[in-house]
Design a protein around this ligand. Sequence first.
Ligand code: DGJ
Length: 726
Amino acid sequence: MSQHHAVVDRHPADEAGATNEPAVIHLRNGGTSVLVDTSGPALPVIVHWGADLGSPDSTELDAIVLAAQPQRVSGGLDIPARLSLLPQESTGWQGTPGLTGSRAGRFFSPALLTTAIQHTRSTLTVHAADAVSGLILRIDLTVDDAGVLGSGLTLTNTGEDHYDLADLCVTLPLPATATEILDTTGRHLRERTPQRHGFTIGRHQRDSRKGRPGADATLLLAAGTPGFGFERGLVHAVHLAWSGNHRLAAEKLITGSSFLQAGELLAAGEIRLAPGASYSTPTVIASWGEGLTELSARIHTRLRARPTHPAAPRPVTLNTWEAVYFDHDLARLTTLAEAAARVGVERYVLDDGWFHGRRDDTSGLGDWVVDTDVWPDGLGPLIDTVTGLGMQFGLWVEPEMVNPESDLARAHPDWMLQAAGRLPVEGRQQQVLDLSHPGAYAYLLDRLDALLVEYPIGYLKWDHNRDLIDAGSTLTGTAAVHDNVTALYTLLDELKARHPGLEIESCASGGARVDLGILDHTDRIWTSDCIDPIERLTIQKYTGLLVPYELMGAHISGPVSHSTGRRHELSLRAGVALLGHLGIEWDIAALSDAEYTELAGWIALYKANRDLLHTGTSVHADHPDPAVDLRGVVAADRSRALFVFTQVAASTFYPVGTLRFPGLDDDRQYTVRPLALESTGTGNGQSPLAWSQRPLTISGRALGTIGLQGPVLFPEHLAVFEITSA
Ligand code: DGJ
């Protein structure tokens, strides 16, 4: 067994010194060190999480731990509390604890002590128990090859009566240099709006109570040095890989202790552990970096190492929604398919409106059979056309939802989530099915499976268009969000197991269900219903903190955005969608030949570069001018890169000044070639850029530190640069 995998056991309850195993455990992998003080029966303490510490010997490790011991102070407790892997009030901890629960009010303050520890070079498992409270706890920490720290907790009730769990959160320490917080908020059509503020004493907590993460959910809660950006500034962040209610928090105490916490947000009575029963938290994903680019690159690398990560080239997609909405007409959709094939589309997705009684968004959800009024011969004729043109066929569904105006709701009112016999306030005229109800689950599995058996459907766009409110089960009368999330994951997995190769997109009114839990069971997310490219710059930049481009749907809209009314040229719409999983959401049935040629050109550019875009490192330049957006993807071996410079609005500076290209190899020579400059509207009166008149060969160091003069562009126009090693 290699040293990497060797498992070392230690039992702190044994007499001190009974083993030679050091009390300080150094987890080290992927450029990350996590130093854990496991001395004593008290729960272990993380002394360091972040930069690789090299290979300090045990004397040095002991010194580091000793140096971190807090002092007793006046007015304080005699033994100063330390931030352990599960902070508990019983140790004197006066910040938010990691575990809250009770047995009908009793045993409210657990005192878990370590009973055993196992570790390898990159994993640590801590077992702890409190015999009086009747609890045992397992804590898992893993530092993966990308340097991402994954952590989860499992609590078991060893008592003789029920234990009501209120809160169980993973807690991770922050360095004292973390004085600024970044998270995102948002709404339908504007997900992932960044917000920053000082990290002062107190708690900044982001809760989701929507039964899905929500359009406003922060994907990461980050804390770092003042003004940290993408290129620089030490920053740490957490994410909860979970598609239901959640709580992320950053807290700073008067003692100087500051930390991040993440866990599922549980409703009253939602998790009631019977004797012998266990609850496991979703996995907390924690990353750090010198700048957000490094922090998110670790997460992207982790995702890309999954055996289930999409490996085939991400097909250019046409989605019918903004092209036809509910106007399902075979002739119209056939013409659209022909136009799609003409420009190079590879996947054609029929959106909402194909099933029984679904003529608009007021009815039909739940009745998952093809509407024979609109599709008298079924979907076969359209699918034959699509597949005959060499494209894959995809279909929209929204399985968890039901319109009260549907045969399903009329037949099974008890399948709808509700509280105390009272149906929740409707959202988009719909209610939510209880997937934890065996009848509802079996119905959905049967119906979806039947569709996938009947038709050659390679892709499901799986939508979810309302927040959950009062989400209780009619079988138990208790809150059922947790059980619905686990049932959803099972349903998705079952469909994929029955239909190998099936891909599923997670959509929720756009990006209201974006998390690494759903992405373990699906293949991409629909980033936002807003495809206005100017809005998309922000939405995609901050979604990209978590989600790599190959999993992020990015579509080319029609000339006028349906959600903002703004008009943009194709170059802007396509250039922004290029950095993503590219698609089209536009009625392209009747374009001019010139428009078809231009669109086909952008699709060809995507196809020629998708291997780079979907395996490389996503980078953003920290440019001082908010009107300048420069982003790109650098190949893993840094042999080439593609950058997109967008003049978001009019700049104060004229000409715009230098653009620096981060992420390249300092010691390599590159050739920079502007692409798609001619169609971007450069105005009158400018001379051509000196450097663009011939192939420019220049070092990565110069491009990253000095940069080159950016082209003068009209506001809301962009330019693409191809950078290849000379
Ligand atoms: C919301 C989605 O985000 C849209 O893309 C579209 O599929 C509609 N639902 C259909 O109702």
